[in-house]
Ligand binder design. Sequence first.
Ligand SMILES: [Zn+2]
Length: 425
Amino acid sequence: MMTTTTTLSFDITPQKVTRQCRFCGSNLRRTFVDLGMSPLCETYPSADDLNRGEMYYPLHVYVCEKCWLVQLEEYESPENIFSEYAYFSSYSDSWLKHAARYCDKMTNRFRLTDQSLVVEVASNDGYLLQYFVQRGMSVLGIEPAANVAMVAIEKGVPTLVRFFGTLLAKELAADNRRADLVLGNNVLAHVPDVNDFVEGLKILLKPEGVLTLEFPHLLKLIEFNEFDTIYHEHFSYFSLLSTVKIMQAHGLRVFDVEELMSHGGSLRVYACRAESKTHALEQNVQRVLADERKANLDRMDGYANFARKVQETKLALVEFLLAVKRAGESVAGYGAPGKSATLLHYCGIGNDLIEYTVDRNPFKQGRFLPGSRIPIHHPDRIRETKPDYVVILPWNLKDEIIDQLHFIREWGGRFVVPIPRVEIC
Ligand SMILES: [Zn+2]
């Protein structure tokens, strides 16, 4: 190796490190929100891990001024994040109902038959494809987390333990396994190389096939202050404006879109190959694009005030918890979703302010929330300890949770919903 003399240049500052948009390659210069340093949200430390440190990464979100893709830099390789993923879709009743309705709707609208092939990318534990199996269709799940994929295979949903991209899509196409329906729910945001992923989706589609993608809608994230849905596993945050650009760049045409309630407001985008004549453009597309332009998402104005709203939420939540603590009342959490790590960590809340949380997922019970180290127990704990307040961490499921936990009213317990603004009910 050659020895060189290093000259320190005072021009080099962290701000001058070039970051490039993962879709269009433009330099990223504008901050959307900076949530500081945070641990990976799906690594739940066990009791044995408590004497060890955790890795923290910056949670700094940028907006691309050319294509309006809102994005984090990639700090951790997907292999590290997803190889033992703790999220089992089937633990949420409302998500299962959502999956069953999706199956009915797609089968009817696109006249799927027992000759059809349905492929889901990031198929999790087979929560959705199981409904297509029940209708006698051929299905294929693609799921990189081996422990989750095993659950799917055991319930009769054929699943490949692989990451998806052009490489796998070409293998499947060569094997004559192009699909009539390709779907990806809450996966697009997790993809570091969005161009390779979307190109792969197109390769996997039959000429008249349909692609549906669901992802949290950036318009709602901004409107409802859903900053806790920002975490390292979510590399990108999509508007329809940016999605249409990405699809177009890969020879896909968005022909319809639905606005869904899931995950605090999601989009279900329908796309087909650009040359397909089967699928007419629906008015919904222009309507949602118009809403986004009205919210200034096609200029910097739409992104400028978000950081201030986020800070106000932190102040309100911490003020509330401090007042409750001073009054000698007790607070527990409900749920241990990924987003709770961002919320609690950004607000600096540990088990001094929220004693414990509970979760129905046995994989999480006995473990701790990343960063804050708040212990996660079985839901029965709430009945045993009778807390004065229960903070609903998965606020997107608040109606379902308030219903399940109505018994806390017996001892005068109340619910705290942190987002969009701190609300006691
Ligand atoms: Zn861009």
